[in-house]
Design a protein around this ligand. Structure first.
Ligand code: ZN
Length: 232
């Protein structure tokens, strides 16, 4: 039987072994949050681009001088290349989230790795940049997947478990806003989605979250920049 790790066991690991959250771009550790005494936060957006809502998110990030990280799906990059180019031109980070969002728990690891590599090339063809960060769909990973990502020089980045907004469930703007603002720490990695469908609650939440955290002195940086600021 193959063993897979998902979010819940990882939380348990974190509570026993805080060092699991610390990683450098070249390591094969999984990054959940970054230890820093600076008021830095990474906002991340998964499963895009979305032709309606991603541009609205980009407008808000520009308005508040915020940089974000977009964990894009290869096949959606092919559908909406202009949005990905805008993400790069606006100074955001593009990260790999596979070609078709299959979960490792019910998909062969070798095929998933092939699709991650295919997505690297799709993104490079469109943006002339190769991502250095990967996030597995659903948060499912295995030692074999981590080893492949290490060979491909991709850092595996998850999210701060208390900063999972679950915005894809459309839980209400208040709930998303409170999840982020009530739990904010230096070095957090916040999980949002700009996936296919209605992301209006995500956009509406950012209209509260961005000005409030900015007022509190936080700076919004890409995941890779956040990792470079981590304390050893
Ligand atoms: Zn996803």
């Amino acid at each position: 039987m193959k063993l897979y790790r998902i979010l819940l066991p990882a939380i348990c690991i974190l509570s026993f072994n805080p060092s699991v959250s610390i990683a450098t771009p070249a390591s094969n550790e999984v990054v959940w949050k970054v230890k820093t005494d600076q008021k830095l936060i990474a906002l991340t957006f998964d499963d895009g681009p979305n032709p309606v809502y991603t541009p609205q998110i980009l407008n808000l990030l520009t308005q508040y001088q915020a940089k974000g990280t977009f964990f894009v799906i290869g096949k959606r990059v092919q559908l909406y290349p202009a949005i990905v180019i805008r993400e790069v031109n606006d100074g955001h980070e593009i990260a790999n989230h596979t070609y078709d969002h299959h979960y490792l728990k019910n998909y062969p690891a070798e095929r998933l790795v092939d699709e991650i590599r295919q997505t690297q090339e799709i993104i490079f063809d469109i943006t002339e940049q190769r991502p250095i960060v990967f996030r597995p769909p659903g948060g499912f990973y295995s030692d074999a997947l981590l080893q492949s990502m290490k060979e491909d020089k991709l850092t595996v980045v998850m999210w701060s478990w208390y900063q999972d907004t679950k915005d894809w469930r459309r839980p209400g703007v208040d709930k998303i806003v409170n999840q982020v603002l009530n739990n904010v720490h230096n070095g957090d990695i916040v999980l949002f989605h700009d996936k296919q469908g209605d992301c209006s609650q995500t956009v509406a939440s950012l209209k509260y979250i961005l000005p409030e955290l900015k007022k509190q002195g936080y700076q919004f940086v890409t995941v890779s920049e956040l990792i470079t600021k981590s304390q050893k």
